[in-house]
Write a protein that binds this ligand. Sequence first.
Ligand code: COA
Ligand code: NAP
Length: 281
Amino acid sequence: MSASKSVEQNILPNDLFVGKTIFVTGGGSGINLGIARTFASLGASIGICGRSQERLDTAATGLRELGAKVSATSADVRVPEHLQAAMNASRDTIGDIDVLVCGAAGNFLVQGENLSFNGFKTVIDIDLVGSFNASRIAFEQLKRTRGSIIFITAPMAHLPHAYQAHVGPAKAGVEMLMKNLALEWGPYGIRSNSIIPGFIEDTEGMRRISSEANTGNFIQNIPLRRMGMTHEIGQAAAFLCSPLAAYITGTSLWIDGGQALSGSGFFNSNSAAFLASSTRT
Ligand code: COA
Ligand code: NAP
């Protein structure tokens, strides 16, 4: 059985999150929806928010088919009042939040010299300010449940990537927010960790940075020689929020097939070609 196939089924017990509530910002699509679906299949009730109610409704239908109770209320993470209303609605229908996933984000490729002031601010506002807003608003619920937060960051939080002068600082800020909250909220029993996905197939994030035709170049620089899948991020999130990870807080978990090890990808591929063509003296 291949590594990718082996995680499609639940390895964790099907009832692991029965009686628990997971709230996912940006949970209507992509990786975040993959996380929501994993928790739903492990028995959790699911709250999701995002800007498009239509997208949330479609996601909610799929989550209900997995057996979950769902609260799906549109909210822009940049607007605390919207987020508060969505989390109140979730609390009133499916209970206090046990796990908060801060996944809402925005990205586009642009040269630093062409990035407008508002373009920079917009990504900082969605990714970093939005993650703070969600954590701050969920705090009272998380305190009652002694819950857990997962921040979804990105490789550019740690490694500079060209044309990502907005996303790099935004996600780096989220990484530090994660650590600050682990420090401050640990005494309440609240754990705070992040997941750093690598290149995850069939996602909006990938579509915004590469064409299908270029996929081979990405895969060539991933040691495991394939992209990740949304359910693989979901399984890791479930682990981090389970009793198996009860003593893990303040940690960033790379789920990238080893891609970060290829940070100097061009150097690596160039050196490989050079080595192959050289004769040892
Ligand atoms: N290149 C350069 N600048 C861009 C851009 C692009 N592709 N897309 C948007 N911007 C700029 C806009 O020009 C604007 O700046 P300006 O006022 O100086 O012109 C600023 O960013 C805000 O754009 P706007 O469309 O008003 O923002 P929004 O709040 O409606 O949407 C985005 C936020 C821009 C991040 C949008 O792409 C989005 O909604 N993304 C969510 C989905 C996503 O990115 N998924 C992948 C997650 S990794
Ligand atoms: P996606 O499907 O576009 O997910 C982003 C979600 O956030 C969408 O559902 C979007 O819904 C929501 N959103 C955006 N702006 C919002 C706002 N202001 N308020 C509330 N919700 C908002 O893209 P994805 O690729 O799966 O990315 C998911 C997460 O993984 C992001 O945090 C991203 O940075 C991270 N990531 C992705 C990859 C990858 O390979 N795809 C790699 C590393 C990290 P609406 O538009 O309806 O609001």
